[in-house]
Design a protein around this ligand. Structure first.
Ligand code: 6CS
Ligand code: FE
Length: 305
């Protein structure tokens, strides 16, 4: 059994533990996609917001796929990878899009994303999880503050912090429609949460996460130390964030959806083991476990696949 160096949901009191793992695993020099300066910013803040990475044509292709999937939502509803909003029944997320959608499967392999992940993780990577978050107008509910790694360690068995999320905005993310908020520097503290993981927790947590979320004092400590920044930008903006960067987003009461695609790249040396929370592993659509396939980066522009 691998030692649990990030214990969480095990004690009655929250704790702030130090990060044992590096943030950027490569040398601090220009990489395949990220510059030395971008790697330094990622090291310090725990995230990067990159604009104008995709062309207008590519963005339109992604937006067309987003709307096609939304049209098919009615027939897709009921499948385990489709999550609806807690109150309205509106579509909240579709998981495992790197498998189910040829367009998003191609996007997941795009060399701009894979090379960015490898520039940070210094290894081949596989997709631990992918999702579309629709955050529809009027009804899109919040994603409360959390560290993804806390969940992926306790519930999916990722041993170390050697994982990055890359989000591509598919609609404009503004300060009104529930853009991602991130706490700079928060990736260097691991907030050990209280509470015990309920059975089949993912059935609630993907709608509204209530366990494995940090306590108010710890959140206040992180925000006072690092502030809170929003990842704002037009459709096609790329947000790269460390698996342990504290983040969340507000509800969307504007008429304008805040829809994003997320791909989680995990180092092949950090494969999912038995969950450290000593609970049954989560299903394959939320956490890859059955087959770990290193992603082969695609260099060509995104074409209609
Ligand atoms: O539980 C999870 O894996 C998902 N939950 C959130 C809110 N972010 C990470 C991940 O997509
Ligand atoms: Fe998250």
């Amino acid at each position: 059994m691998i030692a649990d160096i990030y214990p969480s949901r095990k004690s009655a009191e929250p704790q702030i533990l130090l990060r044992h793992d590096p943030v950027v695993y490569t040398e601090m020099q220009d990489g395949m996609f990220l510059s030395r300066e971008q790697k330094q910013e990622f090291e310090e803040k725990g995230f990067l917001v990159l604009k104008n990475i995709f062309s207008e044509v590519e963005i339109r292709l992604l937006q067309q796929e987003l709307s096609d999937l939304r049209q098919r939502f009615k027939e897709l509803k009921g499948r385990e990878e489709v999550i609806s909003e807690p109150n309205s029944g509106e579509i909240r997320s579709i998981f495992k899009i790197h498998d189910s959608s040829p367009v998003f499967s191609r996007l997941a392999r795009d060399s701009r994303l894979v090379h960015a992940a490898q520039d940070i993780l210094a290894d081949e990577v596989y997709i631990h999880q992918s999702r579309l978050n629709y955050k529809p107008g009027f009804e899109g509910k919040e994603f409360y503050w959390h560290s993804d790694f806390e969940t992926w360690h306790v519930e999916d068995g990722l041993p170390n912090m050697r994982t990055v999320s890359i989000s591509i905005t598919l609609t404009d993310n503004t300060s009104q429609n529930g853009a991602l908020m991130l706490i700079p520097g928060s990736h260097k503290d691991f907030i050990s949460c209280v509470g015990e993981t309920p059975e089949d927790h993912y059935k609630e947590s993907l709608k509204k996460q209530e366990y494995g979320v940090p306590d108010h004092d710890s959140l206040e400590y992180l925000a006072n130390k690092g502030g809170i920044e929003q990842a704002l930008g037009p459709a096609g903006t790329v947000v790269i964030f460390d698996c342990n960067t504290m983040h969340g987003s507000n509800s969307n009461i504007t008429p304008y959806a805040r829809s994003n695609a997320f791909f989680v790249y995990n180092s092949m040396q950090n494969k999912a083991q038995a969950p450290f929370g000593n609970i049954p592993p989560r299903p394959e659509f939320v956490a890859t476990r059955e087959k770990f396939v290193a992603v082969r980066p695609e260099e060509r522009p995104l074409l209609k696949t």
